[in-house]
Design a protein around this ligand. Structure first.
Ligand code: MG
Length: 259
């Protein structure tokens, strides 16, 4: 199922996106209980996409692709490098990233990433059992103010501006450990990133085991699994399209900070 969350007549509702990429069959309740199709049908034009889940946290993994770590000049560690993004970073498919005012940052970059959505409360999960707690995969952009990321003693501000985590469009729930996905990112139609998830230094089951050792993952929580190489600057007016084979696609705009 390609699970979406939409604004249906002013109420957030979960639904399944059908093959035409536009029609949505609405569900009762949420995907973490026992959702049922209600028989109601809408469309993305009538019921705009929201962020597909409502996480309690977004855990982001850095340095998970060797060529991206190298282009950033980072060493690859023996453990994953993780940080948290505030929930205010979340932005639905079709939204626009708001650039910080120029006196705060003048260098913002895209990072196309596969996002894992947790389906069940998970604490101290073994890698072998990781897919039991996964609801599905979606697309994310770990938008990053590079100048602040490098200049601040912590990553929080550079990774944490409101709108810095476009997520969606849909959560593909038919996922498994042995499928390789190709992540690509285009900015204004020009391809900037392309890599296989098989290149991850710390694969998804390992990440879930490692993260759930120190924090309880809740239903709806999101893990960003790291960006491949090719990240580059964004400016006002840009259109970003992220596609992950077997998962779906996400697009968002970029606008300047309001004056
Ligand atoms: Mg990242």
């Amino acid at each position: 199922v390609r699970l979406v969350r939409v604004d249906h007549e002013g109420t957030p509702r979960y639904g399944a996106l059908v093959a035409d990429g536009e029609t949505v069959r609405l569900l009762s309740g949420d995907p973490f209980g026992e959702p049922r199709f209600t028989g109601e049908v809408t469309s993305l034009s009538a019921s705009p996409a929201l962020v597909p889940v409502t996480p309690t946290k977004v855990v982001a993994v850095g340095r998970n692709y060797a060529r991206h770590a190298a282009e950033m000049g980072f060493e690859v560690g023996t453990n994953p490098s993780v940080f948290l993004k505030p929930l205010q970073t979340l932005l639905p498919h079709g939204g626009a990233v708001v650039l910080p005012p120029a006196d705060l940052s003048d260098h913002v970059e895209h990072e196309a990433e596969l996002a894992v959505v947790i389906g069940k409360q998970a604490r101290r999960v073994l890698a072998a059992d990781a897919f039991d707690v996964i609801l599905g995969f979606t697309c994310a952009d770990d938008v990053s103010a590079r100048d602040l990321q490098r200049g601040d003693p912590q990553l929080t501000r550079g990774k944490g501006f409101d709108t810095f985590c476009p997520l969606g469009l849909a959560v593909e729930t038919d996922v498994s450990a042995d499928v390789e996905h190709v992540i690509s990112c285009r900015v204004n139609g020009d391809e900037r990133q392309r890599a296989s998830t098989a290149e991850m230094l710390f694969p998804i089951p390992h990440l879930i085991e490692w993260i759930s050792k120190w924090t309880t993952l809740e239903p709806g929580d999101v893990i960003l699994t790291g960006s491949p190489a090719g990240t580059g600057p964004l400016s006002s007016g840009d259109q970003v399209e992220i596609e992950i084979s077997g998962v779906g696609s996400l697009s968002h705009g970029v606008v300047a900070a309001p004056v």
